[in-house]
Design a protein around this ligand. Structure first.
Ligand SMILES: NC(=O)c1ccc[n+]([C@@H]2O[C@H](COP(=O)([O-])OP(=O)(O)OC[C@H]3O[C@@H](n4cnc5c(N)ncnc54)[C@H](O)[C@@H]3O)[C@@H](O)[C@H]2O)c1
Length: 456
């Protein structure tokens, strides 16, 4: 049986490791937190005015829909996977992408108060999608499409003009993440558990369905293993039947508590197969083994992304992941709880970079696993300090006076990796992809998102 979507209480984060670079305290962070090429004055613009731009405004200015009709996957393939400032992969405007999660009264049309949510009647106004030549328009299945990463991927594929089917059992995902597409002729949402087979006609399958936070995947470890094996087996079986290209979202957890640092794709990992995290780690390892078995035995066209810690808007606020945990605690003025001594390291990637990488990998000819993550490395303590500072800055901008959090320490959790940092050389070489968002840039947007969500 599936347990409730949002377990009460926040459970241990998945973070604890050792030494790291001295990143906080450098000029980059303290003097000018925004330093990436995508930065500029973007965050200020974002919160001073509505990020949502009306489709007509975009059409008039020609900014959003300026990509010609013939723009398609073939063209994207020749482009670097890396987005240019203000745009993300697929020739999509960053402002339009932002409008899908920032606007309270934008495309979704939802109006919220403390006690009610109003769903507007009448025909919805949809975000503008690209007009693709029918030969270039793909039918794309996204399993786990209602989740955090899945919903951002669906947004992007929709804006690029494809037909998208999202399937989800809503274990950790939510229909509201995709409500702005309901009724759109290019979009379909199906409640379905991937542990059971499904028959669909599609060209590509992005297989994301699997709980990703320790609190969720450990709440029903047998189900997590069933999702890892049977879910992937069913999606691969579908890919084989309809000759669809299949992309597995694997994880850096296949490296376990790594003895090699940073982690290259050639590293076989160091996983405890009987520990509390094994249901997820081994579930993903067997999912990779299945994927390559289908490739060898049945010529299924496969791609495997090994995703490192990713954060951004639409993360569940209470799923125990370090970024959402720290931001919510800091916004509430509560103590920030670190499990372990705070010296463990992690690297954090912003969700738009990940979506760029997933689409680039799907559209590439490369079939071996590819790491997708941001190699900027922080100790957990540095990260906590950074979030406290960014939350304080954000509050000051909003004129919201609140208590400044202090950091407290709790015992480390079992099998928590001590170091985690991707080697992204392969992604750069084979996809031309490298992260464009610094952790600070992404955190600014995420802090503002959580702040607004908590006020609604
Ligand atoms: N976010 C990260 O930091 C991260 C890191 C590594 C790997 N990944 C992988 O990326 C994918 C997406 O992660 P996320 O962060 O969006 O997690 P998430 O929990 O927000 O999304 C997972 C989605 O899958 C759905 N789901 C779970 N089990 C299902 C089942 N049996 N049938 C149908 N739907 C099911 C959930 O309801 C949810 O919508 C996962 O496969 C995860 O392992 C994520």
């Amino acid at each position: 049986m599936i347990s409730p979507r949002r377990p009460s209480g926040v459970s241990p984060t998945s973070n604890s490791m050792n030494a790291a670079q001295q990143i906080i305290g450098t000029a980059t962070f303290t003097e000018s937190p925004i330093s990436s090429p995508t930065a500029g004055d973007r965050s200020d613009r974002l919160w001073e005015s509505s990020p949502f731009r009306h489709p007509l405004e975009n059409a008039t200015s020609g900014e959003t829909m300026s990509v010609p009709e013939s723009h398609d996957r073939e063209q994207d393939r020749d482009q670097p996977a890396t987005a240019t400032p203000g745009r993300v992969r697929g020739g999509v405007s960053l402002d339009v992408v932002r409008g899908l999660y920032n606007s309270n009264t934008g495309f979704s049309g939802l109006r919220r108060s403390n006690s009610s949510v109003v769903y507007p009647g009448g025909p919805p106004e949809f975000p503008p999608v690209k007009k693709l030549n029918p030969l270039n328009k793909k039918r794309i299945l996204v399993s786990g499409g209602a989740g955090f990463v899945g919903s951002h991927l669906v947004d992007r594929l929709m804006l690029m003009g494809h037909d998208v089917i999202a399937i989800d059992n809503y274990f950790t995902g939510s229909k509201t993440n995709l409500a702005h597409w309901f009724g759109h002729p290019n979009f379909e949402m199906i409640r379905h558990d991937v542990v059971d087979p499904i028959m669909l006609e599609v060209d590509q399958i992005y297989h994301l369905a699997c709980p990703a936070s320790p609190v969720h995947y450990q709440s029903n470890p047998v189900k997590t293993l069933k999702t890892g094996f049977f879910g992937t087996y069913n999606m691969l079986g579908l890919a084989k039947r309809v000759k669809a290209r299949f992309l597995l979202t694997s994880t850096s957890e296949v490296y376990g508590d790594p003895e090699e640092h940073p982690q290259k794709e050639s590293y076989w990992g160091h996983v405890n197969c009987i520990g509390p995290r094994a249901c997820y780690d081994e579930g993903k390892r067997v999912a990779e083994a299945l994927t390559y078995s289908y490739a060898r035995q049945d010529n299924v066209d496969v791609r495997v992304a090994r995703i490192f810690n990713t954060f951004g808007p639409r993360m569940n606020w209470n799923d125990g992941r370090v970024v959402s945990n720290f931001i919510v605690q800091a916004l509430k003025g509560d103590d920030i709880t670190i499990y372990g001594d705070g010296s463990a390291t992690r690297s954090f990637q912003y969700v738009h970079d990940l979506v760029d990488g997933l689409i680039a990998l799907m559209d590439s000819d490369y079939t071996e696993p590819v790491n997708l993550g941001n190699p900027e490395e922080y100790t957990i303590k540095q990260f906590a300090d950074m979030i406290v500072q960014l939350v304080n800055e954000h509050r000051q901008r909003c004129g919201d006076v609140g208590k400044t959090s202090t950091v407290t320490y709790l015992p480390a959790v079992a099998d928590d990796p001590q170091k985690r940092k991707p080697d992204t050389t392969r992604a750069k070489e084979v996809l031309g992809w490298s992260p464009q968002w610094s952790a600070v840039d992404g955190l600014r947007e995420t802090v503002a998102y959580f702040h607004r969500s908590m006020q609604q």
